[in-house]
Each structure stands twice: as structure tokens, then as C-alpha cells.
Ligand binder design. Structure first.
Ligand code: ISC
Length: 386
């Protein structure tokens, strides 16, 4: 453990790091890890734990990435050596980065911001036609660096600025697996908890409806207050909460849903947030099982889900892969935490990253503000890299 208490020192490509607001976990080495690259299923997860036991891993913890489109392959890893610790007090001593940061050699938006604006305008036309009410539209940015990233520096930076978030580096496998080097890793700091399960208690914290923060404290506060009463943002948030609650009612016998959202802040944005707690009807439903029942929520897809999903496939000119999917961990008893894979990038382990950002659109959305919001989401991640 390093002086600042974060277990990120010498983390190499393919190793795992996952920090929630209270717990940090990291793997040491990639040798012997039990891995799978297959669509997510309860049977598949069970088989992985069986393989881990057979391999002599005493207290197996499964880490994973589930794609936005769950018919595609997920990436799962049960490391041989895992270290757990409470997160250190924030605001304490911060170890300065050891070396120089990589420089950006090239940036390529996918698509260009104007085209993203056109996508939002097309969504606005669809709202007039009436078969869909919300679509979360995203864009990407391909970045080339002059040198590989230092995981420890990047994660420290993300951790420092996202105290209430879920900071992660989790490997993405490709066909064949079992090699020591993954195809890529997803690296980022998500503000959004999809599901935490502790025994029969579950916690869900959807976010939707956002505004960028500014340095001036008065203007920043005015933006926070404006978001709390914005009709468009409350509507955007409402689709998410009502759909999540509808599904939770099938699986929970007690549900505690606040009357209305509150506003939470990351270092760069204000978000509308609703913290929901429930008690599961069946102890057999794991954290990942419930997360998959809820996914894709209108926070990253839209409403109604099927129509929004089809429009996303049609409008977005790139494959989301693991972006806007699930990232997290789970123990054999089904307890665990799954966050949405947001504010992140796919990193190839060398000099290439693909950053992603999305924004919810509804009738009344402004294409220019959605361009700004997605730019801000990617920019905050870039600050940690170069
Ligand atoms: C899709 C993203 O954010 C979602 C989560 C929180 C707030 C959102 C919004 O206000 O648009 C998005 O629904 C992203 O960060 O890429």
C-alpha cells in the first residue's frame, strides 16, 4: 500500500482495480486468473465460481464488464490474488505522479460534434412522431498518446476527483481468453450505482438530468438550484425512476423510494439523483442478476426501452461495446456492486484510448447543450490521462 492509502501502485495492464465510496479491491498479477468471454448468464457465473474453486482460489471474487447490448459477450475475471482495504480518508496526502504524463498526439471525434447535434435533432423529430420519449445518445473520441499511461497516476487522479463514485480498471477479453494480456481494459470513474446487494438488501441509485458545473461559486449554486426545478430534466429523470421502480417491484417486497430526486455533484457536473433501497423477495437473485433485470435502464438507453434501443443502433455511428454496460464485482453468495460503465475509456494497453460520453435527450432538449454536456464528460476523463 502506498503512502496515500490507495492500492494502485504498479498496477499493470490486465490487473483489476475497483473502488466504491467505501471499499477498494485490486488484483496482483494476471497469471492463473479464471476468465470468460461469453454472454452474461447465471449458469455461466456459477461455472466460473466452480472453476475458481477447482483452481484452489479460496475466496473467489468475480469482476466483470457486461456490454450495453447483453446479447454480446461479457468479460469476467476471478483473480488468484486479491487485496481488499477500506478507502483512505479523502483529502489526505496525495502522492505526486512519478513520471511525466503522456502527451496527446491525435484526437478524432466519432462522430464530429456537428453530426452528434444532427443525431439529437433527429431524436427531437422522433419525439414529435410519438413512439419514443427519451433516447440517450452518445459519442466517442479516439485518442492517441505518445506513451502508455501509468495506471497508478490515472486512477489516483480519478479517485481524488470522484470521492462518491466507482473508479475502475477491468480487463476486456476477446475470443480465446486465457492469455495473460487482455484485448483492452475499461478504465474510468462512474458516478452511477446500478445495484449494490448486501444479503437481502439492495440499493439502486439512478442518475439522469445533468448540468456542467462552473468555477464561480454563485453561478455554480444557481445551476444546482436550476437543475432541481428544471421541468425537462425532472421529466428525463422521471422516466428512469418509474421504469426502475416498475422492475424492482417484481423482485422486492419492500421498497423505499424518495418523493423526488436530490442533486448530487461530481467534480464536473450536477446530476439529479434518486437513492432507492429495497428488500429482495428471493435470496437467489444475485447483485448481477438484479442488475441484468434492470439493464438497460432509461439512464443509458431511453424510454420505452425497446424503441430507444433500436433508435440508438440506428443513430449512433459506432459500437458502444462495454460503454454504458455494467462494471463491478460479486462474491459467490451473490453480494456485490455493479455500476454503469460511464465516464470511461477503452484502453488498448499501449497508446490508444477510445473515450465515450452520452446524454439523455427528451422533447425540449437543445442539441448545443447536449454537445457541451458530452464534451464536458469526456474532458473530465481526459484530465486524468494527459
Ligand atoms: C450516459 C451518460 O450519463 C448518464 C448518466 C447520468 C446522467 C445522464 C444525463 O443527464 O444525460 C446520463 O443519463 C454518460 O455519462 O455518458
Amino acid at each position: 500500500m502506498s503512502a496515500d492509502g490507495w492500492m494502485v501502485e504498479s498496477l499493470s495492464h490486465g490487473e483489476i482495480f475497483f473502488a466504491s465510496p467505501t471499499l477498494q479491491q485490486r488484483s496482483h498479477g494476471t497469471k492463473g486468473a479464471v476468465c470468460a468471454y461469453e454472454p452474461v448468464s447465471a449458469d455461466g457465473v456459477r461455472r466460473l465460481f466452480d472453476r475458481a474453486r477447482a483452481a484452489g482460489i479460496a475466496r473467489p471474487v468475480l469482476f466483470g464488464l457486461v456490454p450495453f447490448d447483453t446479447t454480446r459477450h461479457a468479460s469476467f475475471t476471478i483473480p488468484v490474488q486479491l487485496q481488499l482495504a477500506p478507502v483512505p480518508q479523502r483529502g489526505g496526502a496525495v502522492v505526486a505522479p512519478a513520471g511525466r504524463r503522456p502527451a496527446v498526439v491525435a484526437r478524432q471525434p466519432v462522430p464530429a460534434p456537428e453530426i452528434y447535434g444532427d443525431m439529437v435533432r433527429k431524436a427531437l423529430d422522433l419525439y414529435e412522431e410519438g413512439d419514443v420519449r427519451k433516447i440517450v445518445l452518445s459519442r466517442a473520441m479516439d485518442v492517441e498518446l505518445d506513451a502508455p499511461i501509468a495506471y497508478a497516476d490515472v486512477l489516483r487522479d480519478l479517485l481524488r476527483r470522484n470521492a462518491q463514485g466507482y473508479t475502475f480498471a477491468v480487463p476486456a477479453w476477446s475470443d480465446g481468453v486465457a492469455g495473460a494480456q487482455p484485448a483492452a481494459s475499461m478504465v474510468g470513474a462512474s458516478p452511477e450505482l446500478l445495484v449494490r446487494r448486501e444479503g437481502d438488501r439492495v440499493f439502486i441509485n439512478p442518475l439522469a438530468g445533468s448540468i456542467p458545473r462552473v468555477a464561480d461559486p454563485e453561478e455554480d449554486q444557481a445551476r444546482r438550484e436550476g437543475l432541481a426545478v428544471s421541468e425537462k430534466d425532472l421529466r428525463e429523470h422521471g422516466y428512469v425512476v418509474s421504469d426502475i421502480v416498475r422492475i424492482l417491484r417484481e423482485h422486492c417486497e419492500e421498497l423505499d423510494v424518495p418523493q423526488g430526486p436530490s442533486v448530487i455533484g461530481t467534480d464536473a457536473l450536477w446530476h439529479l439523483s434518486t437513492f432507492i433501497a429495497g428488500r429482495l423477495k428471493s435470496p437467489d437473485l444475485s447483485a448481477l442478476g438484479l442488475a441484468c433485470a434492470l439493464h438497460p435502464t432509461p439512464a443509458i438507453c431511453g424510454f420505452p426501452t425497446a424503441q430507444a434501443f433500436a433508435h440508438i443502433q440506428d443513430l449512433e455511428p459506432f459500437d458502444r461495446e462495454y460503454f454504458a454496460g455494467l462494471v463491478g464485482w460479486q462474491r459467490e453468495d451473490g453480494d456485490g456492486e455493479w455500476a454503469l460503465t460511464l465516464r470511461c475509456a477503452r484502453y488498448d494497453g499501449d497508446r490508444r484510448l477510445r473515450l465515450y460520453a452520452g446524454a439523455g435527450t427528451v422533447a425540449g432538449s437543445d442539441p448545443e447543450s447536449e454537445i457541451r454536456e458530452t464534451a464536458m464528460k469526456m474532458e473530465t476523463f481526459m484530465r486524468a490521462i494527459a
